[in-house]
Design a protein around this ligand. Structure first.
Ligand SMILES: [Cu+2]
Length: 572
């Protein structure tokens, strides 16, 4: 069956979580410092809108003086001095206020905290700063900066970050359920509430809401952008390799995977966004900020409006033209006026840096920030002139962006820009594509590619307010999530080289037929292809046969343990 066959497991497909998990298992052994770090991170994030619930951390937060000994920072305390000055001048965002990474001042402050943490030379300094700034900064900024710092700091290599949907549940959970959680807390009555996907069946888009609203996929999206922040500077310690190309690839896969979900539900593929046409689909998020009210809704078929203080629609079209011009010319122009050829392997990487744009963009002044600005433009269409004082839209947070079908339209639009570039490159030659002496003689799949929905439960304890005097009651929600039955690939490869060869196997798939039952051409299919697996094999001389299980796939991982489980298992 062409439809259901291509709904694959999507439970948080992130490799680095898998790496984190593997190391987490070794927590049980008596490595005090690893356990201590895990313990500290747990409590820094536990009830992040409340006072610290760990005595040592609470004490650090109140007594630590970040500037007392600057020899503990590898930048001589420069970053911490800057942040202290901002704090003294009362310039920092208040607590109990929404935070959006796409708000440039919010982001600037969060990065200042990240820079303090990344420059700490030892754990004591790291954790003391974290405890101190948790008390002094906005909670959203704190969570963001701490997550990015833990992901990138060599000191926190073995720390497992708790699932974001249990740290900031408001960003992942419908407000009907959040409201029930508050009620459960106030009446001290434990509750397990069923979550449903937003909207009604009158909206065909609701058929695929399970994809855009999947908490694992949302977490994956946030984590990808934390692994590859667009504001990253190499002075933090290392260069993020092929960041621009990775930006293209991860969003290409996200977009086409969504299209496959659509086809499985008899919906046409996502149409690209167009600055000169109305935005067809509206969206009602049914989601509320912890602080700041409801996420704004957008009605169907509205025309684009300029957004005060962000961009005019005209500017977006100009930016688009400049990028398409670069693709047509085959080169981009750097800030200093020199040309850089993009008609090669590296072109997609440069274009990715330009389109997002990231600090790696060779000319932000000219090529702008198409992706980031488009996110804000879409997020603000409900209140483009700020007349109603609405908070940012779902598009202005990586946690919530994919809930809005316009997210996929935006990314289809950008994917097509990359496609223009890729199609302008010379075709691969036979030599490019052949592996001398190696022939795949057999490929088959055992087991049906069959999917199903299964219930998943997560805690809402961190969604609600509380005080140390009153004990917690169990509050959780249950939401259906897509999963798939196990299957395996059987592959036979002949190696005629007479010696062992190391090979990379990459498996791609795409729907055999589209939503109308029409056959996909190979050319259409290759662009819509989904990477299903990637791994190395050693090929001995002669015939080789092997089986690869779907559970071993490079694009899936098991879920991160719940916050509660992580806390329970953080013991010496
Ligand atoms: Cu993204």
């Amino acid at each position: 069956h062409y439809g259901r066959g291509l709904r694959f497991r999507m439970k948080s497909a992130i490799l680095f979580v898998a790496v984190g998990l593997a190391s987490w298992l070794s927590l049980a052994d008596a490595d005090v410092s690893k356990t201590q770090k895990q313990h500290d991170v747990n409590y820094l994030l536990w009830k992040v809108n409340e006072v610290l619930r760990d005595d040592k951390l609470k004490n650090l937060g109140e007594t630590f003086n970040p500037e007392a000994d600057k020899s503990h920072y590898d930048d001589g305390g420069e970053a911490v001095h800057l942040l202290m000055e901002e704090d003294k001048d009362h310039r920092l965002l208040e607590q109990k206020h929404w935070f959006s990474l796409f708000n440039s001042r919010h982001r600037e402050e969060a990065i200042m905290l990240f820079e303090v943490l990344i420059h700490c030379k030892d754990w004591e300094t790291f954790v003391s700063n974290a405890a101190y700034w948790r008390n002094h900064m906005n909670e959203g900024q704190f969570v963001y900066a701490l997550y990015v710092a833990v992901l990138h700091h060599p000191l926190t290599e073995h720390v497992v970050l708790p699932p974001l949907y249990e740290v900031t549940p408001h960003m992942f959970t419908n407000d009907e359920v959040i409201q029930k959680a508050y009620n459960a807390k106030m009446t001290q009555t434990p509750g397990k509430f069923k979550s449903t996907f937003t909207g009604t069946k009158k909206n065909p888009e609701q058929r695929v809401a399970y994809f855009g609203e999947d908490i694992g996929m949302n977490t994956h999206h946030v984590f990808w952008h934390m692994e590859f922040p667009f504001w990253w500077k190499d002075s933090y310690g290392h260069k993020l390799d092929r960041k621009g190309e990775n930006f293209y690839w991860v969003h290409n896969q996200l977009t086409h995977r969504f299209d496959h979900e659509r086809m499985s539900n008899y919906l046409e593929p996502t149409k690209e966004l167009d600055w000169s046409k109305p935005i067809d689909e509206g969206f009602a998020p049914h989601t509320t900020y912890k602080y700041g009210g409801q996420f704004p809704s957008r009605p169907d078929n509205i025309n684009w409006d300029d957004v005060d203080g962000v961009a005019r629609v005209r500017d977006m079209i100009i930016t688009d033209n400049r990028i398409r011009d670069a693709i047509a010319h085959g080169y981009i122009v750097k800030e200093d006026g020199t040309k850089v050829d993009i008609m090669n392997d590296h072109g997609a990487d440069i274009l990715g840096d330009i389109i997002e744009s990231s600090t790696y963009s060779p000319n932000v002044q000219y090529y702008g920030a198409l992706h980031n600005t488009a996110h804000i433009m879409l997020g603000r269409q409900a209140d483009p002139h700020g007349k109603y004082g609405l908070p940012p839209g779902v598009m202005e947070h990586f946690e919530t962006a994919t809930r809005d079908p316009a997210f996929f339209r935006l990314h289809k639009y950008m994917d097509n820009i990359f496609r223009d570039h890729k199609d302008s490159l010379p075709a691969y030659t036979t030599e490019d594509l052949t592996f001398d002496g190696i022939t795949v003689t057999e490929f088959s799949v055992e087991g049906d590619l069959e999917t199903y929905m299964e219930d998943f439960e997560y805690s809402l304890v961190n969604a609600v307010d509380d005080t140390p005097e009153i004990a917690d009651v169990e509050i959780s929600t249950i939401i259906p999530r897509l999963n798939h039955k196990e299957f395996s690939y059987h592959i036979a490869i002949n190696n005629n080289n007479g010696v062992d060869k190391l090979a990379t196997v990459r498996i791609f798939g795409w729907a055999h037929r589209d939503e109308n039952g029409e056959l996909f051409s190979f050319d259409e299919g290759r662009w819509a292809a989904l990477e299903l697996d990637k791994f190395w094999v050693k090929l001995h001389a002669g015939g080789n046969e092997f089986v690869r299980k779907s559970s071993e796939a490079s694009v899936t991982v098991t879920d991160v343990p719940s916050f509660k489980t992580i806390m329970e298992r953080t013991v010496d």
